[in-house]
Design a protein around this ligand. Structure first.
Ligand code: AKB
Length: 331
């Protein structure tokens, strides 16, 4: 029976994606550096603890399972990557190379391309002083990332294209089916990110719901694209299902809404009137967000495979984020 393999299973996207795929009846094999969270364990056919840099663990997984798809999400995020660029490169690039090799072996064993779905990021873009920030960035523009994380993501995207389209391989080798989404900042009511630079969005919300004070590390005027986790998972599942012939590209932007940090705060204050949130920008992190686009153009995804976010900014907070975080912290 072919299964779905998920790396970075304990991460934010991992949590939400496992729930969705399990509800749809998929047989899931999970991998994470840490033991799989209790709430996910019952939803997976098997869970492995290990590092994507460890080829022994990956070989063992490959020996015991046949995958039709791999969702590869394990990575060190942007702020953490800047504090240890060497480790970021090892995990984000070398680890991804190992996952790509696993996908290649599995494709050949099955005689059918394995879908390797990679979560990339707006961090692949790098905008500088005189660049037009009002202009929604298209997939092939501004590919001059500032962070190690962005550089790593861009490289892995290209490695995926290479192994699916240009690599000659050995006779009989079946190429992988590489598909990739560039995500904006993600906001979930169920989990908190760690080590990212868009983390201020979800952190403001969760701190307010817990009645804690929070120092937002970017300027009030910082505008970035965001998306709620429900839409992020939806986009992954949609991209996974779409027939290859329908895809004109392998790398797609997806986004929900673009908002300033003080607009997020204003909405939070409507629901949590006592929220104690101050803006205390940290220059290293501000420089990272200043290099990212304020708006991204996701029209190719909309056109090619019907991508459409369900939640705009107001609906995201009113209908899912605020009610769910209130329920979460009041129980
Ligand atoms: C980060 O902030 O590093 C991530 C991302 C934008 O990919 N959330």
């Amino acid at each position: 029976m072919s299964q779905i393999f998920i790396t970075g299973a304990n991460g934010e996207i991992g949590h939400a994606l496992i729930r969705k795929l399990a509800a749809d009846g998929a047989s899931i094999v999970a991998l994470d550096l840490h033991p799989l969270d209790h709430d996910l364990a019952g939803l997976c056919a098997e869970a492995y603890r290990g590092d994507i840099r460890d080829t022994d663990v990956l070989s063992e997984i490959g020996r015991h399972h046949r995958f039709s798809a791999i969702f590869h999400m394990a990575s060190l995020l942007s702020s953490r990557g800047e504090s240890n660029p060497e480790l970021a490169h090892e995990v984000n690039v070398n680890g991804s190379f190992n996952i790509m090799n696993l996908a290649r072996q599995q494709s050949t064993l099955r005689g059918d391309p394995v879908k390797l779905i990679f979560t990339s990021s707006i961090a692949v873009y790098g905008l500088y002083a005189n660049d037009d920030r009002e202009h929604p960035v298209k997939e092939r523009e501004f590919l001059t990332p500032r962070t190690m994380y962005g550089i790593n993501k861009l490289y892995v995207e290209q490695m995926g294209r290479y192994f699916s389209r240009f690599y000659l391989g050995k006779p009989g080798e079946v190429p992988i089916d590489f598909r990739c989404l560039r995500f904006p900042g993600l906001i979930s009511s169920a989990t908190l990110p760690s080590g990212g630079t868009t983390d201020y969005g979800p952190e403001m919300l969760h701190a307010a719901a817990r009645g804690e004070s929070y120092q937002c590390f970017v300027k009030a005027s910082t505008r970035l694209p965001f998306m709620v986790m429900d839409d992020a998972v939806d986009s992954l599942v949609k991209l996974h299902r779409v027939p290859r012939t329908q895809l004109k590209h392998q790398i797609y932007n997806v986004t929900g809404f673009s908002v300033r940090a003080d607009e997020i705060l204003a909405l939070i204050e409507q629901s949590f009137p006592g929220a104690d949130i101050q803006f205390e920008p940290v220059s290293e992190r501000q420089e990272i967000v200043d290099s990212w686009p304020e708006y991204v153009d996701d029209s190719p995804a909309r056109r090619d495979w019907g991508w459409q976010p369900k939640f705009d900014f107001a609906r995201a907070f009113a209908e899912i984020l605020v009610p769910r975080v209130k329920a979460r912290y009041s129980s």
